[in-house]
Design a protein around this ligand. Structure first.
Ligand SMILES: *[C@@H]1O[C@H](CO)[C@@H](O)[C@H](O)[C@H]1NC(C)=O
Ligand SMILES: *[C@@H]1O[C@H](CO)[C@@H](O)[C@H](O)[C@H]1NC(C)=O
Length: 439
């Protein structure tokens, strides 16, 4: 190969990188309970920045007792429809947004999913009902977060039944006569990508054939639930010794044969907190006696950022390349903008499918500690997607500016019209010999 060919190849590569950079999926989960967590401070759907993400996923819907029908989330049925409608109001600002519904999560009994996949008839019924439900509530796709096949009352056969279920569902989605101006429904799954869990609960390389992509939750690797309980970061970026980290797990799934463009890396917008057994021992790995002040629910960055801003020292776990802090007897492992950016860079450098954000409403979306959405913006930086984002923002602003200008012009024309009428009237009245009104 001569030097010119190499250069040409390089150029093509660079052009491709630049072209695809803005096209990574940015799949943002929004928790329906955000407003219920804190009515005043929760992120309202209409306040979400509609340009940060390519897909926004509402979490979670659940299942009825037969496992064949989607049901609105438990706990706020009466407001359910209104919440969906408000959620979709984002489309009026960015019509390119894809809005999805996720079913499952920890609160949905694994046995219900087991019923869904227990027979061909149930799978079929689920597919039909799901299509109706999604269309009725104006969603563009479905995410399935079954925690987990082959556990919590689900038998080992469910791993292969889940495969048949996904195949059937994708087939039904593809053969739906979709409404005018709507596209084929998207199908994704959200999974725990650790090798232990995956080898028990999934067959991801085979599943990947029938889903548009897989949301890999690269967090909650460790927590207060571990025995023995030690201060351990829940979402390491690297590690030479522990394979539970974003770098190694991404590589693992590529090597296992999941297509790169279907691997979407989950990024946590929260830390995990522990209560130290002895405040004299605070190093990573120190003994703990359970969850910290987050009560095991996770520590949203929107709250955590205040600790750092108020002087809590940020320390790095050098081989894992993620930060932690200590406040009193509390040990908190979390992500900062730099570690999030590096995680997103793994997606960029390895041509993976994109990033998944868990969840948008836990980032500092108000900018109470600085710039709004610090982690989400850091992720955009890591993907080199800021360009696309800025363009969208600029276009939207231009659209608004253009609309405003057009309105102004109409008013100007009207005003001109009135002026002209006034002038004509003046001329008329002059022609009439200066006789004014009143004759
Ligand atoms: C993780 O990946 C790195 C290379 O980036 C490798 O050196 C290391 O051995 C891997 N660690 C494990 C535990 O697999
Ligand atoms: C921590 O260390 C100090 C000084 O060495 C000691 O006085 C104290 O008892 C220790 N605290 C605990 C809880 O062990």
């Amino acid at each position: 190969m001569d030097a010119q060919a190499v250069l040409r190849g390089l150029l093509v590569l660079i052009v491709n990188v630049v072209l695809t950079a803005a096209e990574f999926n940015r799949v943002c989960f929004y928790s329906g309970w955000s407003l219920y967590r804190d009515r005043k401070l929760g992120l309202a759907p209409e306040d979400i920045d509609p340009y940060l993400c390519t897909h926004i996923v509402f979490a979670y819907a659940t299942l009825d007792d037969t496992g064949t029908q989607l049901r609105a989330p438990d706990g706020y049925e009466t407001e359910e429809l209104n919440l969906f409608r408000r959620f979709h109001s984002m489309r009026s600002k960015n019509e390119d947004l894809t809005m999805m519904l996720s079913v499952g999560g920890w609160a949905t009994d694994s046995k219900l999913f087991s019923k869904t996949v227990s027979s061909e008839a149930n799978m079929q019924r689920f597919a039909e009902e799901a299509i109706n439900y999604l269309r009725k509530h104006d969603f563009d796709g479905l995410d399935i977060d079954w925690q987990f096949p082959a556990t919590r009352g689900s038998p080992p056969e469910d791993v292969q039944r889940f495969y048949r279920f996904l195949r059937l569902l994708q087939w039904e989605f593809e053969h739906e006569e979709e409404p005018d101006d709507k596209s084929t429904l998207i199908l994704t799954i959200s999974v725990d990508p650790t090798v232990e869990r995956a080898s028990m609960s999934y067959d991801l390389p085979r599943y990947s054939r029938w889903v548009n992509w897989i949301n890999m939750k690269m967090f909650d690797f460790y927590g207060h639930w571990d025995d023995p309980s030690i201060a351990n970061h829940h979402s390491a970026l690297y590690s030479a010794h522990d394979p539970k980290n974003v770098n190694n797990l991404s590589r693992y799934w590529v090597n296992k044969g999941v297509p790169r463009h279907k691997i979407v890396i989950g990024l946590p917008m929260f830390g995990r907190s522990f209560t130290l057994a002895n405040t004299n021992y605070t190093q990573p790995g120190a003994p703990t006696i359970g969850a910290g002040s987050d009560n095991g629910d996770g520590y949203p960055i929107s709250q955590l950022c205040h600790l750092i801003k108020n002087g809590a020292r940020e320390m790095m776990i050098s081989d894992k390349r993620v930060p932690y802090t200590i406040v009193g007897d509390e040990w908190i492992g979390y992500d900062n903008p730099e570690s999030i950016k590096q995680k997103a860079r793994i997606v960029f450098n390895n041509f993976l499918g994109g990033i998944m954000i868990w969840t948008l409403d836990m980032d500092d979306y108000r900018g109470a500690c600085g710039r709004p959405y610090p982690l989400m913006n850091a992720a955009l930086d890591g993907l080199h997607a800021r360009h696309g984002y800025n363009e969208l923002i600029t276009n939207a602003k231009q659209d608004q500016a253009q609309q405003a200008a057009a309105k102004k012009e109409i008013y100007r024309q009207r005003a001109l019209g009135w002026q002209m009428q006034d002038q004509q009237e003046k001329i008329h009245s002059q022609q009439r010999g200066g006789r004014g009104r009143g004759w």
